[in-house]
Design a protein around this ligand. Sequence first.
Ligand code: BV8
Ligand code: ZN
Length: 261
Amino acid sequence: MNSRELPRRLLDRLATAHSVLVFTGAGMSAESGVPTFRGAEGIWSTFKPEELATMNAFLRNPQLVWEWYAHRRTIIATIQPNAGHRAVVAMEKLVPHVVIVTQNIDNLHRRAGSTTVYELHGNIERNYCVKCGSPHQPDAETAPVGVPRCASCGGLIRPDVVWFGEMLPEDEWNAAVRAANGADVCLSVGTSGVVYPAASIPSIARRAGALHVDVNPEPGPLSEAADEFIRGLAGEVLPDIVGRLEELRSRPNITEPEKGL
Ligand code: BV8
Ligand code: ZN
């Protein structure tokens, strides 16, 4: 049994929810060992986004950018989804529609078993040719030193992620907005909420009538804008929420004491 007080209206809403949107950022994967971007030890603390996560940076120094992503790919290949990812999968048994809208490129939600995942900023496990767009799968054995070239046209291969100044993938973005407009609850988890247009998803959901709850060890722009803020780690708070929801579902007519649950 956890000791954390959970906002009553969150569990009331979740108990009858038809659709829950979980909006995640790098903090969702922090307990798996993936470094965040903007924390003191975050990735950006050694590099500035414009130095690496832009097309200009890539064209200026393809080798540096390619190696930075190859380094992150190596980290991601060695880690596992955490209790937070698994809790969101378990929620799918308690709520008819659970939609993940993630800024993360680490594929951990899908690896954990989430069935509806929209990746607004792409996926580090995919690559494509900057010239002809053909997909490229580097295989470890024959991977050349340096930036791979396209087998069909010789163009530079880049990671299939959205860099600053680039449009988000239209289908993913439209599906995310549709999900936001239909959500009863929006949980934003592990994001500093500074990168747009992704960070507007929770406010789109709230404007359409969802209860917005922000989960983060630190307050930030999203916790100010949310209906409720739960201070804590994704890997602890999400299992708490799902555990309480399971209890409520198993004893539907219990009335919890008036104060926080
Ligand atoms: C766009 C992919 C339209 C690559 C990323 C000038 C020109 C063009 C656009 C702009 C411009 N000026 C501003 C913009 C908009 C720009 C933007 O928002 N900039 C910001 C920085 C001001 N956005 C764009 O460029 C977007 N495109 O606007 O297109 C357009 C096009 C052309 C011209 C005009 C407009 C594209 C943005 C996508 C950038 N790509 N990543 C890669 O990953 O390498 S962004 C990067 O930041 C990641 O995707 C990351 O997910 C995202 C957000 O960061 P967070 O996930 O929130 O991570 P962060 O470290 O910041 O925070 C972690 C949080 O977790 C913290 O709050 C921490 O407290 C918490 N935490 C830590 N541990 C835990 C935890 N929480 C829970 N549990 C824990 N255990
Ligand atoms: Zn090509």
